[in-house]
Design a protein around this ligand. Structure first.
Ligand SMILES: [Zn+2]
Length: 188
Protein backbone atom coordinates (compact mmCIF):
# COMPACT_ATOMS: atom_id res chain seq x y z
CA UNK A 1 0.00 0.00 0.00
CA UNK A 2 1.27 3.44 -0.92
CA UNK A 3 1.00 6.00 1.83
CA UNK A 4 1.01 9.77 1.91
CA UNK A 5 1.74 11.97 4.94
CA UNK A 6 -2.00 12.60 5.25
CA UNK A 7 -3.02 8.93 4.99
CA UNK A 8 -0.35 7.94 7.52
CA UNK A 9 -1.60 10.57 9.97
CA UNK A 10 -5.15 9.28 9.54
CA UNK A 11 -3.97 5.77 10.41
CA UNK A 12 -2.39 7.09 13.61
CA UNK A 13 -5.40 9.20 14.57
CA UNK A 14 -7.80 6.29 14.00
CA UNK A 15 -5.54 3.82 15.82
CA UNK A 16 -5.09 6.09 18.83
CA UNK A 17 -8.82 6.70 18.97
CA UNK A 18 -9.41 2.93 19.14
CA UNK A 19 -6.73 2.52 21.79
CA UNK A 20 -7.93 5.42 23.97
CA UNK A 21 -11.51 4.15 23.74
CA UNK A 22 -10.41 0.74 24.99
CA UNK A 23 -11.22 -1.04 21.73
CA UNK A 24 -7.90 -1.68 19.99
CA UNK A 25 -7.87 -4.07 17.02
CA UNK A 26 -4.25 -5.17 17.44
CA UNK A 27 -3.87 -5.26 13.65
CA UNK A 28 -1.13 -7.21 11.87
CA UNK A 29 0.37 -8.71 15.01
CA UNK A 30 0.09 -12.38 14.09
CA UNK A 31 2.34 -14.91 12.34
CA UNK A 32 0.64 -14.29 8.98
CA UNK A 33 1.43 -10.58 9.15
CA UNK A 34 4.99 -11.37 10.20
CA UNK A 35 5.37 -13.66 7.19
CA UNK A 36 4.38 -10.92 4.72
CA UNK A 37 7.38 -8.85 5.76
CA UNK A 38 10.19 -11.31 5.14
CA UNK A 39 11.37 -9.52 1.99
CA UNK A 40 11.39 -6.03 3.46
CA UNK A 41 9.48 -3.24 5.14
CA UNK A 42 7.59 -0.12 4.05
CA UNK A 43 6.42 1.41 7.33
CA UNK A 44 4.23 4.49 6.91
CA UNK A 45 5.49 6.39 9.97
CA UNK A 46 8.70 6.99 11.87
CA UNK A 47 8.17 7.77 15.56
CA UNK A 48 10.81 9.31 17.79
CA UNK A 49 9.76 8.82 21.39
CA UNK A 50 10.89 8.32 24.96
CA UNK A 51 11.81 4.84 26.23
CA UNK A 52 9.24 5.19 29.02
CA UNK A 53 7.50 1.82 29.35
CA UNK A 54 4.10 3.50 29.54
CA UNK A 55 4.40 4.92 26.04
CA UNK A 56 4.88 2.07 23.55
CA UNK A 57 4.16 3.65 20.13
CA UNK A 58 2.78 0.54 18.39
CA UNK A 59 0.31 -0.01 21.22
CA UNK A 60 -0.91 3.56 21.69
CA UNK A 61 -1.40 3.96 17.91
CA UNK A 62 -2.84 0.43 17.60
CA UNK A 63 -0.47 -0.54 14.77
CA UNK A 64 1.23 -3.79 13.89
CA UNK A 65 4.26 -5.43 12.29
CA UNK A 66 5.80 -3.33 9.54
CA UNK A 67 3.75 -0.20 10.26
CA UNK A 68 6.10 2.02 12.23
CA UNK A 69 9.83 2.66 12.35
CA UNK A 70 10.37 3.50 16.02
CA UNK A 71 13.37 5.31 17.48
CA UNK A 72 13.47 5.54 21.26
CA UNK A 73 15.74 6.70 24.03
CA UNK A 74 15.28 8.19 27.51
CA UNK A 75 13.85 11.68 26.97
CA UNK A 76 13.71 11.25 23.14
CA UNK A 77 16.95 13.16 22.72
CA UNK A 78 17.75 13.93 19.07
CA UNK A 79 21.32 12.68 19.01
CA UNK A 80 23.21 12.30 15.74
CA UNK A 81 22.27 8.62 15.69
CA UNK A 82 18.59 9.47 16.19
CA UNK A 83 18.70 12.02 13.36
CA UNK A 84 20.51 9.53 11.12
CA UNK A 85 17.92 6.86 11.95
CA UNK A 86 15.11 9.27 11.07
CA UNK A 87 16.77 10.00 7.72
CA UNK A 88 17.16 6.24 7.20
CA UNK A 89 13.47 5.79 8.01
CA UNK A 90 12.58 8.02 5.08
CA UNK A 91 15.32 7.28 2.56
CA UNK A 92 15.54 3.50 3.00
CA UNK A 93 12.36 2.42 4.78
CA UNK A 94 10.19 4.96 2.90
CA UNK A 95 8.33 6.44 5.86
CA UNK A 96 6.34 9.50 4.80
CA UNK A 97 5.43 10.78 8.24
CA UNK A 98 7.82 11.54 11.08
CA UNK A 99 6.33 12.07 14.53
CA UNK A 100 8.19 13.39 17.55
CA UNK A 101 6.14 12.04 20.45
CA UNK A 102 6.51 13.58 23.89
CA UNK A 103 4.65 12.30 26.92
CA UNK A 104 3.24 13.42 30.26
CA UNK A 105 5.25 12.77 33.43
CA UNK A 106 8.58 12.29 31.65
CA UNK A 107 11.18 11.66 34.36
CA UNK A 108 14.08 12.75 32.14
CA UNK A 109 12.29 16.05 31.56
CA UNK A 110 11.52 16.46 35.26
CA UNK A 111 15.17 15.90 36.22
CA UNK A 112 16.34 18.28 33.50
CA UNK A 113 14.02 21.00 34.74
CA UNK A 114 15.42 20.54 38.25
CA UNK A 115 18.96 20.87 36.91
CA UNK A 116 17.93 23.97 35.02
CA UNK A 117 16.57 25.44 38.25
CA UNK A 118 19.97 24.89 39.85
CA UNK A 119 19.08 21.84 41.92
CA UNK A 120 21.82 19.30 42.53
CA UNK A 121 20.96 15.83 41.35
CA UNK A 122 22.80 12.71 42.30
CA UNK A 123 22.72 10.81 39.01
CA UNK A 124 25.26 7.98 38.81
CA UNK A 125 27.28 6.78 35.86
CA UNK A 126 26.21 7.97 32.43
CA UNK A 127 22.69 8.94 33.54
CA UNK A 128 23.53 12.64 33.34
CA UNK A 129 23.89 12.25 29.57
CA UNK A 130 20.11 11.98 29.45
CA UNK A 131 19.34 15.02 31.56
CA UNK A 132 21.93 17.13 29.76
CA UNK A 133 20.54 15.94 26.42
CA UNK A 134 17.01 16.97 27.38
CA UNK A 135 18.34 20.19 28.86
CA UNK A 136 19.75 21.14 25.46
CA UNK A 137 16.23 21.05 24.02
CA UNK A 138 14.63 22.87 26.94
CA UNK A 139 15.82 26.26 25.74
CA UNK A 140 12.33 27.69 25.26
CA UNK A 141 10.75 25.95 28.24
CA UNK A 142 7.31 27.46 28.63
CA UNK A 143 6.16 25.08 31.33
CA UNK A 144 4.08 23.10 28.85
CA UNK A 145 3.69 19.32 29.06
CA UNK A 146 5.83 18.72 25.98
CA UNK A 147 8.32 21.62 25.88
CA UNK A 148 11.11 19.92 23.94
CA UNK A 149 8.98 18.52 21.11
CA UNK A 150 8.82 21.69 18.93
CA UNK A 151 12.57 22.12 19.17
CA UNK A 152 13.20 18.52 18.13
CA UNK A 153 10.82 18.94 15.18
CA UNK A 154 12.86 22.01 14.24
CA UNK A 155 16.08 19.99 14.46
CA UNK A 156 14.66 17.34 12.13
CA UNK A 157 13.62 20.03 9.65
CA UNK A 158 17.22 21.26 9.78
CA UNK A 159 18.37 17.94 8.33
CA UNK A 160 19.17 18.46 4.66
CA UNK A 161 17.50 15.18 3.73
CA UNK A 162 14.35 15.57 5.83
CA UNK A 163 14.00 19.32 5.33
CA UNK A 164 14.09 18.90 1.55
CA UNK A 165 11.74 15.92 1.62
CA UNK A 166 9.22 17.95 3.60
CA UNK A 167 9.59 20.99 1.33
CA UNK A 168 8.96 18.67 -1.64
CA UNK A 169 5.80 17.35 0.01
CA UNK A 170 7.17 13.82 0.31
CA UNK A 171 7.05 13.72 4.09
CA UNK A 172 5.57 15.63 6.97
CA UNK A 173 7.28 16.15 10.33
CA UNK A 174 4.89 16.57 13.25
CA UNK A 175 5.05 16.99 16.99
CA UNK A 176 2.66 15.20 19.33
CA UNK A 177 2.21 14.50 23.01
CA UNK A 178 0.79 11.51 24.83
CA UNK A 179 -1.55 11.89 27.80
CA UNK A 180 -1.08 9.07 30.28
CA UNK A 181 -4.51 9.41 31.87
CA UNK A 182 -6.69 9.38 28.78
CA UNK A 183 -4.40 7.45 26.44
CA UNK A 184 -4.94 10.20 23.90
CA UNK A 185 -2.32 11.65 21.61
CA UNK A 186 -2.52 15.40 21.16
CA UNK A 187 -1.17 16.82 17.89
CA UNK A 188 0.95 19.90 18.50
ZN1 LIG B 1 10.07 10.17 29.13
Amino acid sequence: MTHTPASAKTLLIDGNRRFAAGSPRHPRQDAAARATLLEGQTPHTCVISCSDSRVPPEIIFDQGFGDMFVIRNGGHIPTDVVLASAEFAHVVAQCCLIVVLGHESCKALEFSRKLRAGEELDLPGSTSVLTNGVLADLVDDDGSLFPTVPRIVERLRGSQVLGKAEADGKIEILGAGYHLHSGEVEWL
